[in-house]
Design a protein around this ligand. Structure first.
Ligand code: WTA
Length: 647
């Protein structure tokens, strides 16, 4: 039995000798070495992988643009699949756990996965998909989603995965931007025991797009509409396809995939991730941070529609020859402890989830996890939102049983892989702190005047050159957005993360949260600007403001203040607004409350004062209202909030 990990006098946690011994990296000299020459350091990491042709130049910087491993040629699937054969041909690459408990899991060995990927890659080729073509993937957590991503990568097609719970409108805009000609989807999937008709959403989402072919996986067998001109069954596409398909040689800087994420404005931005740099970072961060070994069973609970799914529920474990778990459903279905059952069933060694899930587990009570020994667990991970001390301690004591360290990993869709966290073989770990930037990665915290705030005080988190190989190279078809979002606050040589953070005296970083219009709802990244744009489309609405307020489980939830067209609006307006956002974005964007108000508090220049609205809704002290052009609006909103909360 592994030893308990106890904090030192300062409340810091360090790995035990046993943990140090088994970790890939356990000497803190790695930080100094990497910092001497980060480019050389990343080159060393990259050389652990297979390149069809070695790069000629490691890094090039023409602010705000930069490139890594120039001249190198590779195919990520050769490293993720072929490279694991013959040693791991019969080793499970992943185990798929369906949500219904009466269905059997599916195990795909590295050998099976390569064959399936090749067959589907050949099927795509038969449909005319070529290197550089864009493919949409709108799929639930089923084995075919992994096969689809890898098959596209095999032939150099650029794919974009759209979260399966996003609405048809959200799918449509993404397909329109990338001009996808092919969409891969499924008839449905299970969510809380209910079959969800995904094909129906796909049918709606491809309207007014360039999609000519829709490949459909038969997952549920539900009734779906079929358009014989467009629709093709997956199983028919792959029938009789060869199990061999050469991996296309990609340039390091060729696009691998585009993942849309929420930003400040109404439209989502497509983060461009490239073959070489992304591969290196996905590989290395998994190895270093999750300490992936031959015997590791890795489970990241994130959906494949988000960056955490892409990097850690697919590429990172495969590039490290590890077995991972792909779970179709909700962690608390059909019983609160389904997640715990999965950990025990597959003897998961590394468990990676979001603070929202941890808070949900906590809510169900500690008794629930008492009966599980979780003996297999060696390491825990957290991602996506700040983890508070209470949740950290519960996770550490009740799940890790005091024997597992917690890597609190900070990163973003834009960064492609983790960039800040303490390392399991080195430490130190401190509850509610992510820890140190990875070796070879330079972060700083600056205030608005480009000065370092004193220790313990917050400022903006920024990333310095040479950044990291996995950082986005652009926002698809929107170079202006790239420049404005990341390279304007501190100039073209400093990447602005949009997060506030602080450092303690040990240099450990604590992430405070976003400083832009992005909110994290149950760890999902949403934009209040996008929601406002959707609400403003409603004919009965003149203007609105959406903001995130704290929520005990989900971290944050969105609420809206809406000014109606009609002075005496119909009582159903509240529900109409909620439905409009659900329909246009998806149920994850469900507004917790809609306040129909006469007027929004504004500055004299007409800017909506969201800060005041936030304070009004959380009941905080309002402070100075003298800058408002319409201070009388505040009292009226106060009454509306009071009345709504009474109901
Ligand atoms: C937040 C998710 C605190 C942060 C991988 C960031 C975190 C945004 C952490 C990106 C963490 C991510 N602690 N906050 N460990 N990890 N965040 O693009 O605000 O969905 O900017 O990527 O999540 O969200 P995204």
């Amino acid at each position: 039995m592994a030893k308990k990990i106890l904090p030192d006098k300062k409340g810091l946690f360090y790995p035990t000798e046993e943990i140090k011994k088994r970790s890939w990296v356990n000497n803190k000299k790695i930080y100094e070495e990497a910092d001497k020459n980060p480019i050389k350091f990343w080159e060393k990491v990259a050389s652990e992988l297979f390149w069809k042709k070695k790069w000629q130049k490691a890094f090039e910087h023409k602010p705000p643009f930069f490139k890594w491993f120039l001249g190198g040629k590779l195919n990520i699937t050769e490293n993720a699949l072929d490279g694991n054969l013959p040693k791991r041909k019969d080793k499970p690459a992943f185990i798929w756990e369906p949500e219904p408990t009466n269905e059997k899991p599916r195990i795909l060995t590295y050998g099976d996965l390569l064959k399936e990927v090749n067959k589907f890659a050949n099927a795509l080729k038969k449909l005319g998909v070529k290197k550089g073509d864009k493919v949409g993937i709108y799929m639930p957590m089923i084995p075919e989603v992994i096969i689809s991503m890898l098959a596209c990568a095999r032939i150099g097609a650029v794919y974009s995965v759209v979260f399966s719970a996003f609405s048809p409108s959200a799918l449509k805009i993404r397909l329109q931007i990338i001009e996808a000609k092919v969409l891969i989807t499924a008839d449905g999937y299970y969510r809380r025991g209910k079959p969800i008709n995904l094909k129906e959403s796909a049918d709606e989402g491809i309207k007014e797009t360039m999609v000519k072919k829709v490949i459909v996986v038969k997952r549920v067998g539900n009734k779906i509409n079929w358009d014989a001109k467009k629709d093709l069954w997956w199983h028919e596409c792959v029938k009789n396809q060869s199990e061999n398909c050469p991996a296309v040689a990609m340039n390091s800087e060729d696009l691998l995939f585009i993942l849309f994420t929420s930003g400040t404005t109404g439209t989502p931005k497509g983060c461009e991730h490239v073959c070489g740099g992304y591969m290196v970072q996905a590989y290395w961060t998994g190895k270093l941070i999750f300490d992936l070994h031959e015997e590791t069973i890795f489970w990241s609970t994130a959906d494949i529609g988000w960056i955490t799914g892409a990097t850690y529920s697919c590429y990172s474990p495969l590039l490290n020859g590890t077995t991972f778990i792909l779970y179709e459903g909700c962690p608390d279905w059909p019983a609160f402890d389904r997640w715990a059952q999965i950990i025990e069933k597959y003897k998961v060694t590394v468990f990676y989830t979001a603070p929202t899930a941890i808070r949900m587990f906590m809510k169900y009570g500690s008794d629930l996890v008492k009966k599980y020994s979780f003996n297999s667990l060696k390491l825990l991970g957290s991602v996506g939102e700040p983890i508070d001390e209470a949740a950290w301690n519960w996770y550490f004591q009740k799940v890790g049983k005091g024997r597992c360290l917690i890597v609190d990993t900070w990163w973003q869709t834009e960064t492609g892989g983790i960039l800040i966290t303490s390392l399991p073989g080195i430490g130190p770990f401190k509850p509610a702190f992510s820890g140190l930037p990875l070796p070879g990665v330079r972060f700083d915290i600056l205030d608005e005047k480009k000065k370092r705030p004193p220790i313990g005080e917050q400022g903006n988190l920024i990333l310095l050159p040479p950044f990291a190989p996995g950082l986005l190279r652009g926002t698809y078809k929107d170079p202006k957005k790239y420049l404005e979002t990341y390279w304007s606050q501190y100039g073209k040589k400093i990447y602005f993360t949009s997060d506030a953070a602080l450092k303690d005296k040990n240099g450990l970083i604590r992430i405070v949260g976003r400083v832009d219009d992005v909110i994290k709802v149950a760890g999902h990244r949403l934009s209040t600007g996008e929601m406002e744009a959707v609400i403003n489309l409603h004919p009965e609405v003149v203007e609105c403001a959406v903001l995130g307020i704290p929520d005990k489980i989900k971290g944050e939830v969105p609420i809206a203040f809406v000014v109606p067209e009609d002075k005496s609006p119909c009582p159903a307006l509240r529900d109409k607004v909620i439905n409009q956002v659900r329909r246009e974005i998806g149920s994850i964007a469900t507004l917790k409350e809609v306040y129909v108000v006469e007027d929004l508090p504004k500055t004299r220049s007409g800017k909506i004062m969201r800060r005041i609205l936030r304070k009004l809704s959380t009941g905080e002290e309002l402070g100075d209202l003298s800058t408002l052009s319409n201070p009388e609006s505040v009292g009226k909103i106060q009454i509306i909030i009071k009345n709504a909360n009474k109901i």
